[in-house]
Design a protein around this ligand. Structure first.
Ligand SMILES: *Cc1c(COP(=O)(O)O)cnc(C)c1O
Length: 377
């Protein structure tokens, strides 16, 4: 069966990226690798929209999240978590493991963080050293207003730490312009790569915290990455094949233009919402992001079975809900290597499966709405 991957990570990988990954392995302590590595690091600065160096780990996104915590903070420090879903909870979990006190503003799933809440919290707790949040909260499909959060936090002593794992190279993001101090990301979402690389970049303000942080770290010690970076290398064995693939992915993004990538994802998001809306289904996110659309499972339909049957019977992979929203929502991704006809496939499979499951919708209605939206521009 032909398979279609429309999940919010991993995402499909273009052939040229897979071929780049399949090149002969080179040693990581060679001028040849240094060249590849510096090219990748330079390219990632563009994608992060920062002038700071971007460090690359062989890791998944959660490793980069852990690296942010252990490099910025010390035991008994206080941090603030803006918890908008599953990945916000992950920040809290990591902080807890390292004995950092976490102030948490927990939002109902589907809602974004509010600047006024953060302002109040920072006033009440001037000891807060870092604010942890997400660019896009993949579990709910919301986008946070980072420009506004950054504008608030830049005038405080705290740093703004952003998990852009699912948002990077999909949702508009400007690290420096928006005063984001630390950004973490992963390879298997908007970057169109297999899982296995993670990224982190830190502002000058954040590096001051790094200098004073005493939490234990070895593998993720940013100072050692920085020291090695100056010698155009990394502390341990580099993920040479993934870095070769990353360079090709960056080339593809640059060829299309980062701004055009943002526009494409926004356009696919709006087409997806049209299609789902035309089927009478309700959106879940209050402030929907451009990289994944979350939808409420209609009354009387088994949401887990819907996702499973689309995958097993049609080969169309979408994601279900997480935690309390298992079976209650489903999520269609439109990030990375995804284009107009991927959305048509997703909505076509959705309307067919809803009918098969006894939730009658007019066949073609969702697809027609997607097509109309796509033809608008
Ligand atoms: C996917 C994702 C992560 C990290 O996932 P890993 O499985 O560790 O790569 C973190 N945050 C968000 C918002 C994500 O979507």
């Amino acid at each position: 069966m032909k398979k279609y991957l429309l999940t919010p990570g991993p995402t499909p990988v273009p052939n040229s990226v897979r071929l780049a990954e399949a090149q002969e392995i080179i040693h990581h302590r060679t001028p040849e690798f240094s060249k590849l590595f510096m090219e990748a690091s330079e390219g990632m600065k563009h994608i992060f929209q920062t002038k700071e160096d971007v460090y690359i780990f062989p890791s998944v996104g959660s490793g980069a999240m852990q690296s942010a915590v252990v490099n910025l903070l010390s035991r008994d420090d206080t941090a603030l978590v803006l918890e908008t879903g599953k990945f916000g909870e992950r920040w809290r979990d990591i902080l807890g493991k390292y004995g950092v006190k976490a102030e948490v503003i927990a939002y109902d799933w589907g809602k974004a963080a509010r600047v006024e809440d953060v302002e109040k919290k920072l006033k009440a707790h001037p000891e807060i050293k870092a604010v942890f949040t997400q660019l896009t909260e993949t579990s709910t499909g919301i986008v946070n207003d980072l420009a506004a959060l950054g504008a608030l936090i830049k005038d405080t002593d705290a740093v703004l730490v952003v998990d852009a794992v699912s948002g990077l190279a999909g949702q508009e993001f400007r690290m420096d312009e928006w005063n984001v101090d630390v950004t973490v990301a992963g390879s298997q979402k908007g970057l169109m790569l297999p899982p296995g690389l993670a990224f982190i970049s830190a502002s000058r303000k954040a590096w001051k915290l790094v200098e004073n942080s005493t939490l234990p770290k070895f593998y993720f010690d940013l100072k050692s990455y920085k020291k090695n970076f100056e010698k155009k290398t990394q502390p341990f064995t580099s993920a040479v094949s993934l870095i070769a693939a990353l360079n090709e992915a960056i080339n593809l993004i640059k060829k299309e233009g980062l701004e055009n990538v943002f526009k494409r994802c926004a356009r696919l998001a709006s087409a997806t919402r049209s299609g789902v809306g035309a089927l009478g289904l309700k959106m879940f996110a209050e402030t929907p992001c451009d990289v994944v659309t979350s939808v409420r499972v209609p009354e009387g339909v088994d949401g887990a079975a819907l996702v499973k049957r689309m995958r097993d019977e049609y080969g169309v992979g979408i994601a279900g809900g997480q935690a309390d929203y298992k079976g209650k929502i489903f999520r269609i991704a439109h990030m990375g290597y995804m284009y107009d006809f991927d959305i048509i496939i997703a909505i076509s499979a959705l309307e067919m499966m809803l009918n098969e499951m006894g939730h009658k919708v007019e066949l073609g209605r969702g697809v027609a709405a997607v097509e109309k939206e796509l033809l608008r521009k």
